[in-house]
Design a protein. Structure first.
Length: 304
C-alpha cells in the first residue's frame, strides 16, 4: 500500500517538509544515535527511504513504520452499519509511528485547547529558536532536546504563543523525557500510565502522543472539542455528543477505536456547527492594540 505523504506528514506532527508535488517528504528528529533526516519518496509499488546524519541508519530503518507499512489492521472487523460501509469504501486506515515520544509530546501539549494551525505555528517557532540544524540537503530545524526546553523555562515559551499552563506542562514532560521514551518501548499502556501521572497531561494529550509515537490504533482523544460530535453524528445521527456518548458508540470497535475515529474524521462530514466562527489569533499577539478574537459570523461547518 502506498501512503499519502500528506497524511503521513500530519501523523508525524514534527519537523517535516513536503515537496509541492507530494511525492517526497522530509522528516528530521533526534534519534537514539543522534540527529538525522529521513527522505521518503513515493515510487511505483512502494516507498524509497534515504537518510542523513549520525542517526541515518536508525531513521532509514524507521521509514516503513513511519508510513504505516508495519501497521496491520487485518484484525479489525467492523460491525454492521456506517463504519463497515466506510471501511469497505475507504479503508484500510493504517497508522504510522515515529517512536519519538518527546517530539510527539511537543505537538500534543501545544495542541491543548488551541486550533491546530496555532499549535503548528508554535512548534515551528520553537524549533527555529531552540532546535538545531538538521543534517541533509534541505533546510530543516530539529525540535529542541528536552534539556534545552527545561533550561529555557516557561517564560521563554510565551514568545512562541504558548501561555504559562502549557509551557509548564511541556517543561514537566521534558524533565521526564527519558522515562517517557523508555515507557514507549514497553507499549501504549505503559506510556499512558507514565504520561497520565504528569500534571497537565490528560487523556487527550496522552492519546495524541500514543497515536503519533506508537501508532496506537485504540487511542481515543477524549476531551476533544469536535470529535465527540463527529462520532455521534456519523454513528447515531446525533448533532451533539459528549465524551461518554462517544466512548459508548466506539466500544464495539475496541481495540481499534482510534482507527474508527481516524476513518470518520477522514470521510464523514462534520456534525452541524451552531456557534460563531472565530478567527485564529496567536497568544503572543493578544497584547497588541486592538487585538482580539474576531467573530467572522456563523458557520454551519467549522467554528474555529
Amino acid at each position: 500500500m502506498i501512503a499519502d505523504l500528506a497524511a503521513v506528514r500530519r501523523g508525524i506532527g514534527g519537523v517535516t517538509r513536503l515537496e509541492p508535488d507530494r511525492s517526497t517528504l522530509w522528516w528530521a528528529t533526534y534519534t537514539p544515535a543522534g540527529p538525522a533526516t529521513l527522505r521518503i519518496r513515493v515510487r511505483p509499488g512502494g516507498h524509497d527511504f534515504a537518510g542523513w546524519g549520525p542517526g541515518q541508519d536508525w531513521i532509514v530503518a524507521q521509514g516503513p513504520a513511519v508510513v504505516g507499512s508495519l501497521d496491520d489492521p487485518a484484525g479489525f472487523r467492523p460491525v454492521d452499519g456506517p463504519v463497515r460501509e466506510l471501511w469497505r469504501r475507504h479503508g484500510p486506515v493504517v497508522f504510522g509511528r515515529t517512536d519519538r515520544v518527546f517530539d510527539a509530546c511537543i505537538t500534543a501539549v501545544f495542541g491543548q485547547k488551541v486550533q491546530t494551525v496555532l499549535a503548528g505555528r508554535s512548534a515551528a517557532q520553537l524549533a527555529a529558536a531552540l532546535g538545531g540544524t538538521a543534517p541533509g540537503p534541505v533546510p530543516l530545524r530539529l525540535a529542541p532536546r528536552p534539556e534545552t526546553v527545561v533550561d529555557a523555562g516557561s517564560a521563554a515559551l510565551h514568545r512562541f504563543g504558548v501561555e504559562r499552563k502549557r509551557a509548564d506542562t511541556l517543561i514537566r514532560v521534558a524533565r521526564e523525557a527519558v522515562r517517557l521514551e523508555r515507557a514507549g518501548l514497553e507499549g501504549p499502556d505503559a506510556l499512558d500510565r507514565r504520561l497520565s501521572a504528569l500534571r497537565g497531561v490528560g487523556p487527550w494529550t496522552s492519546a495524541v502522543v500514543r497515536r503519533t509515537a506508537l501508532g496506537d490504533p485504540d487511542a481515543v482523544p477524549v476531551g476533544d472539542a469536535h470529535i465527540p460530535h463527529t462520532v455521534a453524528w456519523a454513528l447515531a445521527g446525533e448533532a451533539r455528543g459528549d465524551d461518554a456518548r462517544m466512548l459508548a458508540l466506539l466500544e464495539p470497535y475496541r481495540p481499534h477505536r482510534g482507527r474508527v475515529v481516524a476513518l470518520l474524521e477522514a470521510t464523514v462530514r462534520s456534525a452541524p456547527r451552531f456557534g460563531p466562527r472565530l478567527e485564529c489569533l496567536p497568544l503572543d499577539r493578544y497584547d497588541r492594540p486592538g487585538a482580539r478574537l474576531r467573530d467572522r459570523g456563523p458557520s454551519p461547518y467549522r467554528s474555529g
